[in-house]
Design a protein around this ligand. Structure first.
Ligand code: ADP
Ligand code: MG
Length: 251
C-alpha cells in the first residue's frame, strides 16, 4: 500500500546543512500497524512528515498505491504530541475543522463530527472548549480531527508521550480498538519500546542521525492485545531484542 523508497532529507540550517535522514526504504501493507522507534533527533518526525506530504524528501519518494505523495491528502490522517487545538473552537468545531476546510456544509460537518465524537469517547463534550479538557481528552479530540475525513492511514508522532501512565494505557487500548474496528493502517513514532511492542505488527528501529532503518522486528504476539501480555516472557524478549538494536548504536 505504502512504499517508502530511498527517502533522504537534508535541512538547510543557519550553521549549514543538517543531514536528518539517510536512505530509508520500507513497505507498509494495508491494515498493518507499524511503530518506529529510535534515538532522539534521528529523523523520526522528519520521516513521518515526508510520508504525510508535509515535507518533500531531498531524494527518493513515498508512494501511496503507486502514486507519489507530494502534498497532504485526505487519505492520510495525522496526530502529533502537541494537539494544536484551536482554543476558541468547541470540541465539535475542532473535530469538524478539516471538513470545513474541505468546504462541507454545516449540516454535514456536524453529522460527521458528532459520529466521530462518539467513536473517540467524547460523548457529552461536544460544546466543551480545549481549556476545559484533560490531556487525554485533548488527544481524543486530536484523534477525532484526524479520523473525521475517514483516512486509510493514520500517522501518529509520539501522540501520548505527554500523558500520565494510566491515561496512556487507556489510550493505547482505545487506539488498537479503533485501528482494528475501522480497518485502518497505522504508522506511529514512539520512544517507548514497550508501547511499540504492545501496538505493532512490526517495529522499525532507526539508527542515530542521519537516521535509517537499522532493524525490523516482527511482533508475532496474538491479537487482540491485552495489557497483561506486557508481563509475559515472549513480550519481554521482543523488548530486549529492540533495546539491543538501539543499544548497539552507542558503543
Ligand atoms: P526525531 O523526531 O527523531 O527526534 P527530527 O526528525 O525532529 O528527529 O529531527 C532530525 C534532525 O533534524 C535533528 O537533528 C533536528 O535538529 C533536525 N531538524 C529538524 N527539523 C529541522 C528544521 N526545520 N531545520 C533544521 N533542522 C531540523
Ligand atoms: Mg520527533
Amino acid at each position: 500500500m505504502l512504499n517508502v523508497e530511498g527517502v533522504t532529507h537534508r535541512y538547510q540550517g543557519p550553521a549549514g546543512i543538517i543531514e536528518a535522514l539517510a536512505s530509508t526504504t520500507f513497505q507498509v501493507a494495508d491494515g498493518e500497524f507499524i511503530c518506529i522507534v529510535g534515538p532522539s533527533g534521528c529523523g523520526k518526525s522528519t520521516l513521518l512528515r515526508i510520508i504525510a506530504g508535509l515535507l518533500l524528501p531531498s531524494s527518493g519518494a513515498v508512494m501511496l498505491d503507486g502514486a507519489t505523495v507530494v502534498a497532504p491528502q485526505r487519505r492520510i490522517g495525522l496526530v502529533f504530541q502537541q494537539t494544536n487545538l484551536m482554543p476558541w473552537r468547541s470540541v465539535l468545531d475542532n473535530i469538524a475543522l478539516p471538513l470545513e476546510l474541505a468546504g462541507a456544509t454545516r449540516e454535514a460537518r456536524d453529522e460527521q463530527a458528532t459520529s466521530v465524537i462518539k467513536h473517540v469517547g467524547l460523548d457529552g463534550f461536544e460544546k466543551a472548549y480545549p481549556a476545559e479538557l484533560s490531556g487525554g481528552m485533548a488527544q481524543r479530540v486530536a484523534l477525532g480531527r484526524a479520523l473525521v475525513q475517514n483516512p486509510d492511514i493514520l500517522l501518529l508522532d509520539e501522540p501520548f508521550a505527554a500523558l500520565d501512565a494510566l491515561t496512556r494505557e487507556q489510550m493505547l487500548i482505545e487506539l488498537l480498538a479503533l485501528w482494528s474496528g475501522d480497518h485502518k493502517t497505522a504508522i506511529m513514532v514512539t520512544h517507548d519500546i514497550t508501547e511499540a511492542v504492545f501496538l505493532a505488527d512490526r517495529v522499525l528501529v532507526m539508527s542515530q542521525r542521519p537516521g535509517h532503518i537499522r532493524a525490523i522486528v516482527n511482533v508475532d504476539l496474538p491479537r487482540p492485545r491485552r495489557l497483561e501480555m506486557i508481563h509475559e516472557p515472549g513480550f519481554g524478549e521482543l523488548v530486549q531484542q529492540i533495546r539491543q538494536n538501539i543499544g548497539a548504536l552507542t558503543v
